[in-house]
Design a protein around this ligand. Structure first.
Ligand code: PLP
Length: 431
């Protein structure tokens, strides 16, 4: 009974992320022995379809042969080297590719090792760029219901009460402008008008607007129209406010294009990437910005304008090798095109959910499908029941409250989509 043994050893010494540990008195931990493709497998041979890409990071399945081989190759060549004063081939190649693949005017890459720290890099860079220009603008604006990570700075620009409320006294002051209410163009126009009004009053104080383009992930998978991005881009430029696109979740094909900003045809001043960047293998994040922003920091050392920010594992060679391998797969296997077919297939299957009386809205953007449950109170923890049903029937679903969603690795087959979505359908039907 290796499953049991590992659970007990775990609970003796571990404290799990985003978890009320007391839940594990009744809710069993799931020890995973190995994984391949979309499947996770425990020590007793039970398999689970990873419908949430292991917290939105996995792109091409677990133990992907190609990515594995590239990491192994790198492992015997160079595992890591300090990135201050030194460089290496993987990080140079990755940067060249990111500059090429991302929207125009993103010319320089700055690395970090998780989404939250990359968000903080973008905030500091934005503030500091204005400062180097002789302007002190220390206020950040974000959208209502937004999520940008959980370190103090990243939490400060977020707006999901569940994560933020407790720590409120510790956070820096920020302001929120309303996210478009729904996916309609009219809602986008209305919300963009509110941001414009805010800028008309306080532009002198505002350093940047930070947002998650098109889908607010941890904010219950709320979705909005690309028109909003186009309109706030214009407003930001008009008032000399930076636009920070946090594509930590939506980047790398989730919305149907490689980057969500492409759907609106806009370029942000800062683009924040992580999660899918390494295909879900290793921690790595990047902030891309323009040569124009870069130039504001470029001067003699004694002018004290340099961006003195670093993390020990900045630009780790193994992580960069995994990222390069991930980009190879996007390139060589025409993934964005193939995903269109998968997205269409999921969209057909999604319709069926609207027959159920306890389903409210269903919605989709690219490779993210959402089923919103209605008629339950938060304390019923309805998502947990869907989660438990899913595990019992071989699918890892992890609803956000009353939001059941599908965000599978891109190598999922139609048969596996059937299992994933039919199981969720039964789970919702049986509530
Ligand atoms: C997950 C996430 C983050 C934080 O990334 P971590 O690697 O978990 O710190 C930031 N922004 C968005 C949009 C995310 O989904």
């Amino acid at each position: 009974m290796k499953n049991e043994e590992l659970k007990n050893r775990d609970l003796d010494v571990l404290w799990h992320p985003c978890t009320q540990m007391k839940d594990h008195e009744t809710l069993p931990l799931v020890p995973i022995k190995k994984a391949h493709g979309v499947y996770l497998e425990d020590f007793e041979g039970n398999r689970y379809i990873d419908a949430i890409s292991s917290w939105w990071v996995n792109m091409f399945g677990h133990t992907n042969e190609y990515i594995n081989s590239k990491i192994k190759e790198q492992l015997d060549t160079l595992e890591h080297v300090i990135l201050a004063g030194f460089t290496h081939e993987q990080v140079v190649r990755l940067s060249e590719r990111l500059v090429k693949l991302t929207p125009p005017n993103l010319d320089k890459c700055f690395y970090s090792d998780n989404g939250s720290s990359a968000v903080e890099v973008s905030l500091k860079m934005s503030y500091h760029a204005h400062l180097n220009d002789g302007r002190k603008k220390s206020l950040f604006v974000s959208l209502t219901n937004s999520y940008h990570g959980e370190t103090i700075g990243a939490l400060s620009v977020g707006d999901v009460e569940l994560y933020k409320e407790t720590y409120e006294p510790l956070l820096i002051q920020t302001i929120q402008t309303e996210v478009p209410a729904d996916m309609s163009e009219a809602a986008a126009v209305e919300a963009a008008g509110k941001f414009e009004d805010l800028c008309a009053k306080r532009a002198d104080e505002i350093s940047a607007l930070i947002l998650e383009p098109l889908i607010q992930g941890a904010g219950y998978m709320h979705m909005y129209h690309p028109k909003y991005l186009q309109l706030v881009r214009v407003t930001c430029t008009k008032y000399n406010i930076h636009l920070i696109a946090d594509e930590v979740m939506v980047g790398f094909g989730r919305t149907g294009e490689l980057f969500a900003c492409e759907k609106a045809g806009i370029s942000p001043d800062f683009l924040v990437l992580s999660k899918g960047l390494t295909g879900g293998y290793l921690p790595l994040s990047a902030v891309l910005t323009s040569n124009d922003v870069y130039a504001k920091f470029y001067c003699d050392y004694n002018e004290h304008k340099a961006f003195l920010h670093s993390h020990s594992y900045t630009g780790n060679a193994l992580a960069c090798a995994a990222a390069n391998a991930t980009l190879d797969i996007f390139e060589n296997e025409n993934i964005i095109e193939k995903n269109k077919e998968l997205a269409l297939y999921m969209s057909e299957k999604l319709q069926k959910f609207s027959e159920l009386p306890n389903v409210g809205e269903i919605r989709q953007t690219g490779m993210v499908c959402v089923v919103e449950l209605k008629g339950y109170e938060a304390k019923e923890r309805i998502g947990l029941k869907v989660y438990e049903y899913g595990l019992k029937h071989g699918v890892l679903l992890r609803p956000l409250g009353h939001i059941v969603y599908f965000m599978p690795p891109y190598i999922i087959t139609k048969e596996e989509i059937n299992t994933m979505m039919d199981t969720a359908y039964e789970a919702v039907k049986n509530l």
